[in-house]
Ligand binder design. Structure first.
Ligand SMILES: C[S@@+](CC[C@H](N)C(=O)[O-])C[C@H]1O[C@@H](n2cnc3c(N)ncnc32)[C@H](O)[C@@H]1O
Length: 264
């Protein structure tokens, strides 16, 4: 009999990918419909950091329902969106149709193994994906590979503080089983440095979410209990400034926008 071994990284990765596809198949429509994901101020920050020109070829990695891709398509020559979840791409196509945009295409694929030639794009962006990806350095390396020299890379994601990172990950894993781990802003910036990128934008803002609008019904009570513990002590151990208002419990996602230029 062969000796018992640890499951291979490939099997663990495929189990994780299966969790992602299950989660975002269920959430494809509600995720795209939530106003907090299209908030004007946040989109303006992203657009400013991406600095897309009218001739730019743009790639949106883990594009989900195409909110970012369709926004940047207004500035760009062409935008490609790629995602692991087919249901998300269906939503993206519907969004494109509703917006009457012609300069987009969509592909099914993995952020850590992008099916594009080196230096195919001028701007490569990703929003709210790195916390789902077990090896974000590899995803950034892939973004870098497909970005031309002199082009721009942009990562937007939730970045808890170092002190709250562990509690934040516990909350997010409870809310969304496809969560891997959220980087702190310092860790995200370090990934860019290690990849040899030239940092050009570091921006931070908070996005408010009603917990009932972003959680599955079966985990809602446990999630509210976790946030209530912070509300009761006033200690903010999760770092999301949870509060109880007239409509229930809400909290603030800590979001970083980090952009780099590819110099070599
Ligand atoms: C929270 S949603 C964000 C969607 C979109 N980027 C946005 O900001 O509106 C995360 C998306 O990442 C996708 N995703 C997660 N891991 C991925 C991977 N390894 N490769 C491609 N897509 C991935 C999921 O399918 C999902 O659509």
């Amino acid at each position: 009999m062969p000796p018992e071994t640890e499951p291979s990284a490939a099997i663990l990765q495929s189990e994780h990918d299966a969790r992602i596809v299950a989660q975002f198949t269920r959430w494809a429509k509600p995720f795209g419909d939530l106003p907090l994901h299209s908030q004007a101020d946040a989109m303006a920050r992203l657009r400013a950091a991406a600095a897309v020109s009218a001739t730019a070829r743009v790639l949106d990695v883990a594009c989900g329902p195409g909110i970012v891709a369709c926004t940047l398509a207004a500035d760009a020559a062409h935008v490609t969106g790629i995602d692991l979840t087919p249901a998300m791409l269906d939503q993206a196509r519907a969004r494109q149709r509703e917006a009457g945009l012609a300069n987009l295409d969509w592909q099914l694929g993995d952020a850590t193994s992008l099916p594009f030639a080196d230096e195919s794009f001028d701007v490569v962006v990703t929003r709210y994906s790195f916390h789902h990806i077990r090896d974000p350095a590899r995803a950034l390396a892939e973004m870098l590979r497909v970005c031309r020299k002199g082009g721009r890379l942009l990562v937007v994601d939730a970045t808890p503080s170092p002190e709250t990172q562990a509690a934040y990950d516990r909350m997010e894993t409870l809310r969304d089983p496809s969560h891997a781990s959220a980087l702190t802003q310092q860790q995200l910036r370090a990934l860019g440095r290690q990849a040899g990128l030239h940092e050009v934008v570091v921006d931070f803002h908070r996005i408010e979410a009603d917990v009932a609008s972003i959680a599955d019904p079966e985990t809602l009570d446990a999630l509210i209990a976790m946030l209530d513990a912070d509300i009761a002590t006033g200690e903010d151990r999760i770092g999301v400034a949870a509060r109880r208002g007239e409509t229930g419990v809400s909290f603030l996602f800590p979001v970083s926008v980090v952009a780099w230029d590819r110099v070599t």
